[in-house]
Design a protein around this ligand. Structure first.
Ligand SMILES: [Fe+2]
Ligand SMILES: [Fe+2]
Length: 401
């Protein structure tokens, strides 16, 4: 129940509510503010260019306020770092340019989806990501409350109070709902119900859905491989096949092949590679894929990265392949993570740990990571619809953080 606060001793300008009663009031308000709008579907048709300008302005102002509040986005933890946020931002602006999505989603929902899609993990500036099953305020709710403190929606004044209040409430709600916990959750005397993802008429609550899509694009394929490695910087508890298991960088966990025989399946069912493969191979059955739009950009994108991810993970040893060197691999993980100097040091130490593995295991991981690195570079130049523009928009926001 106790929340472990992060960030050292420096005074920060935000504190989560103290004590379970205040915490429950705060998170229930995230829901009730949103529920007030259940009967008020709003549909202003704001042109896409204007939506983009509004979102950029709100985000830029937010990041200034966050910095002034004493927070550094580069101190976000490995795998949920600034790199993840930059890719979330790119995908937010990319997906929302898609014609099918634009036809389906209202302007107000588009604004909320871009904001929530980009900063949904910002709660990790103040609370831990893992071990949150016994907490009332988890990283998603912490992020929503944090955004409530620092995000300014004045730019929406010209659309009227109702529109502004709706976008605000929907942004925070979608952030709180992003983790997709879909079972009631008992903590002490409280039962936390799953967040609603459909309206009473059964249509999707699009900003919730889109935030989950945006997030999920980073735990598939080569992105999942790089993030899975970065997550090994710190031992953690991870949910695998319905059980919580302790995950650490050790010989057993780093076994680099997918198990084939029954004996191997028993012995190596909770390895890093199996975890990456599980995400990639079962992706289209996951709850993240509900409400897929036929022929939409999301399904195309997901199929494409899943295919490449499976090719990398299911491949056999490639003895003639030229693999990246230790230094280059560290650099590449640092660029992917966009972390602080302190984080970079941790990445260098992590890569150093590969030297403790047997030569065959080490070699195979280097092959996997070399292939993933190659795809990451290729990916930027694929020229998917709206990708170049969205990449530029996102880079501009984050390069100066
Ligand atoms: Fe998250
Ligand atoms: Fe995320």
């Amino acid at each position: 129940m106790k929340i472990k606060f992060l960030g050292g001793t420096k005074m920060k300008r935000f504190a989560l509510p103290k004590g379970p009663e205040n915490q429950i009031i705060a998170i229930e308000k995230l829901r009730s503010d949103f529920l007030n709008h259940y009967d008020h579907p709003i549909e202003n048709k704001i042109p896409w260019e204007e939506i983009e300008t509004i979102c950029i302005s709100i985000l830029d102002n937010f990041f200034i306020k966050v910095r002034e509040g004493g927070y550094n986005l580069r101190s976000l933890p490995p795998a949920h770092d600034l790199g993840h946020m930059q890719r979330d931002c790119t995908r937010s602006f990319m997906l929302l340019q898609d014609a099918t999505i634009q036809k389906t989603v209202t302007s107000e929902d588009m604004v909320a989806a871009i904001l929530s899609g980009t900063i949904h993990d910002i709660g990790m500036l103040i609370v831990e990501r893992y071990g949150e099953s016994d907490r009332l305020i988890r990283h998603a709710e912490a992020g929503a409350l944090f955004a409530k403190k620092f995000m300014n929606f004045e730019i929406l004044n010209s659309f009227g109070k109702e529109v502004k209040d709706y976008v605000k409430a929907m942004t925070f709600y979608s952030m709180a709902a992003h983790t997709n916990y879909d079972k009631p959750h008992t903590i002490g005397n409280y039962v936390i119900e799953p967040y609603a993802k459909i309206w009473p008429d059964k249509s999707p609550i699009w900003p919730v859905k889109l935030t989950r899509w945006i997030d999920s694009m980073d735990f598939n394929g080569c992105f999942a491989i790089f993030r899975g490695i970065l997550a090994l910087i710190k031992p953690r508890e991870e949910s695998m096949q319905g059980q919580f298991v302790q995950v650490d960088f050790d010989a057993q966990h780093m076994y680099p092949h997918l198990p084939k025989t029954d004996e191997e399946k028993e012995l190596y069912k909770k390895t890093a590679i199996k975890h990456m493969w599980n995400f990639t191979s079962t992706f289209n059955q996951m709850p993240f894929c509900e409400f897929d739009l036929p022929g939409g950009i999301m399904t195309e994108y997901r199929d494409m990265i899943s295919k490449i991810g499976l090719e990398i993970l299911e491949g056999e040893n490639k003895p003639n392949m030229k693999v990246v060197g230790q230094e280059e691999l560290s650099q590449c993980l640092c660029e992917f993570s966009m972390c602080s100097r302190d984080g970079q040091e941790k990445i260098f130490n992590l890569v150093e740990k590969f030297n403790t593995l047997d030569p065959g295991t080490k070699r195979r991981w280097y092959e996997i990571l070399t292939l993933a690195k190659g795809f990451l570079q290729e990916f930027e130049s694929l020229g998917l619809f709206g990708q170049d523009h969205a990449t530029q928009v996102a880079k501009k926001r984050f390069i100066t953080q």
